[in-house]
Design a protein around this ligand. Structure first.
Ligand SMILES: CN(C)C(=N)NCCC[C@H](N)C(=O)O
Length: 279
């Protein structure tokens, strides 16, 4: 039974830079709240225009990063493995994401105890392999256990640059055999793993990686990014994709962009090809 792409977002009612847990964040460099709301709404509208269904989790005062729903969990079919945030500042998000997912019919599993795990921010399917970023926010041993829970192959990738602290800041699957990445965010071994396992792998330049080019939302052939990634967009067009840019400057101040603001509820494994074949 074909299902629509289904995306979870959280309105930025309580969004702001209230602490510093990554190098992008500075409480002295506050986001413009009104502009953040306009940018978030534009992203939501673009996703609705692709034909995706967008659901919303209610914002909560005191949890400014709840807008970054990519970190809530990894969704696989009707199962969701809940995040276990590394930083105390985000741990209060866990029960809210749990309640929303349970109330909407997902079977929610805890991620392994004693290991941090930041959901789809660090765990992305390309084909049937789960690529898992570790060292900055999530733990490699935890990823292996999550792979066993879901019955999928995991390829761990060490993230070596604090600016690219989640896998989805430097890697984005486009289809089961195609992805974009920013090579310098990985060690040599990780770069070789990616090159060996993904037949069509395209590098993004540093200047565009800094604009969160890899933090793209893929719905079928549509690829939505922050503005400031013209070379990536030209490349995507040449491969038959339909890139769309939308300014997300106010979320970049917290270290996030398009993909971070979304969670694929029909499964990360569906992102990148659902909508191409209609299945
Ligand atoms: C999935 N990705 C890249 C993200 N979700 N990033 C946004 C998280 C931002 C938040 N201030 C933090 O540092 O956790």
């Amino acid at each position: 039974m074909p299902t629509l792409p289904h995306i979870l977002m959280c309105p930025p009612v309580h969004y702001g830079i209230e602490y510093e847990i990554n190098p992008w964040m500075s409480t002295a460099r506050q986001s413009n709240h009104k502009l953040a709301c306009v940018q978030w709404e534009s992203l939501r509208q673009i996703l609705l225009d692709t034909g995706a269904q967008v659901s919303e989790v209610s914002p909560v005062a005191g949890l400014p990063d709840l807008v970054f729903t990519a970190n809530a969990a990894i969704v696989f079919g009707q199962r969701a493995v809940l995040a276990r945030f590394k930083h105390e500042q985000r741990q209060g998000e866990e029960p809210h994401f749990r309640s929303w997912l349970e109330e909407h019919g997902w079977q929610v599993d805890e991620s392994p105890e004693d290991f941090s795990f930041e959901g789809a921010g660090d765990a992305l399917f390309c084909g049937d392999t789960l690529y898992a970023g570790y060292r900055q926010r999530s733990d490699a041993s935890g990823h292996q256990q999550i792979g066993e829970m879901l019955g999928v192959r995991v390829l761990p990738l060490e993230l070596v640059d604090a600016y690219y602290y989640h896998l989805d800041t430097c890697f984005c699957p486009l289809s089961p055999e195609e992805a974009i990445y920013f090579p310098a965010a990985f060690d040599d071994y990780g770069q070789r793993v990616l090159a060996k396992s993904i037949p069509k792998l395209h590098a993004v330049e540093e200047s565009e990686a800094r604009s969160f080019a890899c933090n793209a939302v893929v719905v079928g052939k549509t690829v939505v990014t922050n503005s400031g990634c013209p070379k990536l967009h030209a490349l995507l067009r040449s491969f038959g994709y339909d890139p769309i840019e939308t300014p997300l400057s106010e979320f970049v101040k917290a270290g996030g962009s398009a993909k971070c603001l979304t969670l694929r509820l029909d499964g990360e494994e569906a992102a990148g090809w659902k909508g191409q074949s209609g299945s």
